[in-house]
Design a protein around this ligand. Structure first.
Ligand SMILES: Nc1nc2c(ncn2[C@@H]2O[C@H](COP(=O)(O)OP(=O)(O)O)[C@@H](O)[C@H]2O)c(=O)[nH]1
Ligand SMILES: [Mg+2]
Length: 221
């Protein structure tokens, strides 16, 4: 049976099998044999021990891997910035995009909070990034606008969600995956950030074969 690692805590790996069942797996022999540590995003071969447990027998070949967040087989990064509030720091955004270009990671850009941004601002952002070759999306997660287009961009892929604090990443995660109940807002965000040092990176399956990682690593550039 094959599956994908979506979470790893202290040597316990949560694997979603190809049949959609979650197993808590250990990876005893693998690390010793070839020195590879399993990463979230890894496609693996598992043997099932019980309805909820298994062993990882083999890590299938990786397409790529990132160090921060530690994640394998990434298709793209969805970079979320607010069109307003917080004011977008375009210098930071550009540096961020260059960094990803250097790592050969495909980026899709999303400007959120169109509901509170001035038209001139939206026009400027659209014009500025039109020539970049990147797909540029505009959304208001609050108003539920642009969500279908985001879903379409994510569909069938493994995507890392990145961007500064307060731009609406958790709000977007909640839209796409209501079961997750991600903490939204200024205060909880601050508490959340304190927690992030101990928080484990996790992939969320928002649709079949569609995985999203709300990444502390990328967002803290
Ligand atoms: N006006 C407006 N506010 C939004 C939108 N999306 C999120 N917010 C608000 O922005 C704040 C930060 O959102 P959050 O999802 O916690 O951002 P994160 O720090 O990137 O995870 C919250 O108060 C949200 O309600 C939007 O599309 N429009
Ligand atoms: Mg958040």
């Amino acid at each position: 049976m094959t599956g994908k690692i979506i979470k790893g805590v202290a040597g316990d790996y949560t694997v979603i099998s190809e049949t959609g069942v979650k197993y808590i797996c250990r990876a005893k022999g693998i690390f010793r044999k070839n020195g590879i540590t399993p990463l979230i995003g890894d496609n693996v071969e598992i043997e099932i021990l019980s309805p909820e447990e298994g062993n990882i027998l083999k890590i299938l070949e990786r397409k790529n891997s990132l160090i921060r967040p530690a994640c394998a087989n990434i298709d793209q990064v969805l970079v979320v910035f607010a069109a307003a509030s917080p004011e977008p720091n375009l210098n930071l955004l550009d540096r961020f995009l260059i960094m990803m270009e250097k790592q050969s990671v495909k980026a899709v850009l999303c400007f959120n909070k169109t509901d509170i941004a001035k038209d001139e601002r939206l026009k400027l952002l659209a014009e500025n990034y039109a020539a970049s070759g990147m797909r540029v999306l505009f959304a208001s997660v609050l108003k539920g606008e642009g969500i279908e287009e985001i879903r379409e961009v994510l569909r069938g892929k493994t995507t890392i969600l990145a961007g500064p604090s307060g731009v609406g990443k958790s709000s977007l995660m909640n839209r796409l995956f209501p079961e997750g109940r991600f903490e939204v807002g200024a205060l909880s965000e601050r508490i959340g950030r304190g927690k992030q040092t101990t928080r484990h990176t996790e992939l969320v399956e928002t649709e079949k074969d569609t995985y999203l990682c709300d990444s502390p690593g990328f967002s803290s550039i």
